[in-house]
Design a binder for this molecule. Structure first.
Ligand code: IPE
Ligand code: IPE
Ligand code: MG
Length: 255
């Protein structure tokens, strides 16, 4: 069904949950003759600006794909540098998130991240858990396929212990075992850098998301680009399998 965030057709429809595949840091650096890590460093600056830009534009939840389950296969030095940057970012942002009432959540296999990163994550998630207006979700060591495998194991264990019943095997019951339990599905998924693939990101949750692919490299992505993506989203008709005629009266009825 259409989300509650859908408003009358004459008003811009702001996506409640925006998810971004932040891509292009390496190419941004290469174009300038800089090491890849310099691109990642600039990428962190973009994370800071986009976190607040999304909130200013009325978004309630922002999920950022920061490190995929497959990214461990990059050169050791790059993985190490990314983990170092992540730890530094979390250390710096904790106070800012508390001050600005930003709730931090994570999705992914957090247990495999370095101890320093886990410590800062745990502290930030705990200290911001009471904030309800705006949530930043970091996808870290995230992959949809591992998520499904983890969920299937968790679901099977719940069935074995009698907490789930096999005969109520609905999507809603299964989805309680995903990392995203309790989060709304993304309304809009943006990928930067011109690549037009999903790269194992929120495959199930984005079942009815709108997708926007922009050529802008992540370090160059600005509030203006985000606003343009939201504007494009607001002009789309989300049909959820219905016909256009069925969707239109439903929109008019909310007026
Ligand atoms: C995205 O930028 C950041 C991560 C995947 C961690 P990339 O590092 O993938 O940049 P490109 O795709 O090589 O330009
Ligand atoms: C996807 O970007 C992962 C993140 C943005 C964290 P990649 O750069 O790793 O994706 P592929 O390898 O080009 O598909
Ligand atoms: Mg990439």
């Amino acid at each position: 069904m259409p989300h509650a965030s859908q408003r009358p057709a004459d008003k811009p429809i702001v996506p409640r949950h925006v998810a971004i595949i932040m891509d292009g840091n390496g190419r941004w650096a290469k174009q300038r003759g800089l090491p890849r890590i310099e691109g990642h460093r600039r990428g962190v600056e973009t994370v800071r600006t986009v976190t607040y830009a999304a909130r200013d534009l009325g978004v309630r939840m922002l999920t950022l794909y920061a490190f995929s389950a497959e990214n461990w296969n990059r050169p050791r030095a790059e993985v190490g540098a990314l983990m170092g940057l992540l730890e530094l970012y979390l250390k710096k942002e904790l106070r800012t998130f508390v001050r600005d009432r930003v709730r931090l959540m994570t999705i992914g296999r957090i247990e495999d991240l370095p101890a320093g990163v886990r410590r800062h994550l745990a502290a930030t998630v705990e200290e911001t858990k009471g904030f309800t207006d705006y949530t930043l979700v970091l996808a870290l060591n995230y992959g949809s396929r591992t998520e499904v495998a983890d969920a299937a194991r968790s679901y099977a264990a719940a069935v074995a212990s009698g907490r789930e019943r096999l005969d109520d095997g609905s999507w809603e019951r299964f989805a309680r075992h995903l990392y995203t339990f309790g989060m709304p599905d993304p309304d809009l998924v943006i990928r930067t850098s011109g690549e037009t693939r999903v790269s194992n990101f929120l495959l199930l949750q984005a079942a009815y998301a709108e997708f926007i692919f922009t050529p802008v490299l992540w370090p160059d992505f600005t509030k203006v680009d985000l606003a343009a993506a939201i504007e494009d989203y607001s002009r789309r008709e989300r049909r959820y399998g219905l016909t256009s005629e069925q969707v239109k009266p439903a929109k008019a009825a909310v007026k």
